[in-house]
Design a protein around this ligand. Structure first.
Ligand code: BGC
Length: 365
């Protein structure tokens, strides 16, 4: 049920080293209204809520577009909704034939998708579903499973610590990101029964606007003060928010004692895991996500429509959106090495001076 017919591995295999910047951000050689040469526009959301957008998604999408020899433009809206719309308008004027977006909220996402459609530009929701939107495809991971893995990971770490009736605090993702809702559905499915049975105690809960890490730290500090330091586990929705909680725990000499979750398997998250300050992360093979989306976008840009073999129901409109949903993986200290082996982070980036010994202990050589 989860796998599409789409062959997601093919694009990446064609990647060669040393490709020059053809199809890069120069962009003006392709006048709108000419013969509609395939051209793909991508709008990333920001570069602060997670390192993934600039460090992984951009890199893998670029590689896929270059390998296919298709013209493209990738821009980042830097968490600015009006900038997001301006970029979209410019890309449409520039003659993109397919547009891929990671929305900042469903409202602006929807407006951009509709405008593209009215101009005959095909669209893809990349990673985040635009509620009530009109994208031809949605490409992401199974985000409820991501949340479930976070809940299961936290439970395991709390069991390992042997805490009785642990108080669990939630630092949820952005309230305007549909993924944050799905992650929460996932971790609630594991943790709520434990709250209901009295095995765990539900502590404070906050959603962090725009996934802002600095705000996450402030909110977590307030939670810790409010509870008189009585928080035994933190369900943080991604590695950035996990690190925000860890920074506050460090100030209170509680790091390593209170398990904290994460997501994205970014360098800092993996280092926090190796140091014992973070319990787990969720690894999402973004190369697969980028390859799958690029393959669909290239098809759309050429006027072709591929079969994904799966749909996701948009809860707002009830529309069945053709989708590709990939499978996330739970990472504890024991299998941090798998993320390195998959080429997502390099040993050089991860095993810097103070982590070298921890890397060796974790079998990363
Ligand atoms: C993505 C996560 C990311 C978060 C913040 C979510 O929509 O799925 O991977 O950490 O946004 O950028």
């Amino acid at each position: 049920m989860r796998r599409g017919i789409l062959t997601i591995a093919t694009v990446g295999l064609l990647v060669t080293g040393g490709v020059t910047a053809c199809g890069d951000d120069s962009g003006s050689d392709n006048d709108a209204g000419s013969d509609k040469k395939p051209k793909i526009g991508v709008i990333l959301p920001d570069s602060k809520s997670s390192g993934r957008w600039e460090n992984a998604d951009r890199k893998f999408l670029e590689a896929a577009f270059k390998a296919a020899g298709v013209d493209y433009k990738i821009q980042n809206a830097q968490d600015d909704k009006s900038q997001f719309q301006t970029i979209a308008d410019q890309m449409i004027t520039d003659g993109v034939t397919a547009l891929m977006i990671v929305n900042l909220d469903s409202g602006t996402g929807k407006a951009v998708l509709e405008r593209a459609k009215s101009q005959g530009v095909a669209t893809i929701d990349y990673d985040r579903l635009t509620l009530g939107g009109s994208a031809e495809y949605y490409v992401s991971f199974d985000n409820e499973v991501v949340g479930k893995l976070q809940g299961e990971g936290l439970s395991k770490c709390l069991t390992d610590k042997g805490v009785q009736k642990p108080v669990v605090a939630y630092l949820n993702g952005s309230p305007t990101d549909n993924n944050a809702t799905l992650f929460k559905n996932g971790y609630d499915s594991v943790l709520k029964p434990k709250f209901d049975s009295g095995e765990y105690v539900k502590g404070p809960e906050q959603s962090v606007p725009a996934w802002d890490n600095a705000q996450g730290a402030t909110l977590f500090e307030q939670m810790l003060t409010q509870t008189g330091g009585k928080i035994d586990g933190v369900l943080a929705a991604n590695d950035g928010l996990g690190n925000a909680a860890i920074s506050v725990l460090k100030k209170n000499k509680l790091n390593g004692k209170v398990p904290v979750t994460g997501q994205d398997a970014d360098v800092q998250g993996l280092q926090n895991i190796l140091a014992g300050d973070q319990c787990m992360t969720v690894y999402k093979a973004i190369k697969q996500e980028a390859d799958a989306a690029a393959e669909l976008a290239i098809g759309l840009a050429k006027g072709e429509r591929k079969e994904t073999g799966q749909t996701v129901k948009d809860p707002e409109s009830g529309r069945d959106v053709p989708s590709v949903l990939l499978t996330p993986k739970l990472i504890f200290k024991e299998n941090v090495k798998d993320v390195v082996a998959d080429g997502f982070v390099t040993k050089e980036a991860l095993c810097t001076a103070e982590y070298a010994k921890l890397c060796a202990e974790a079998g990363i050589s």
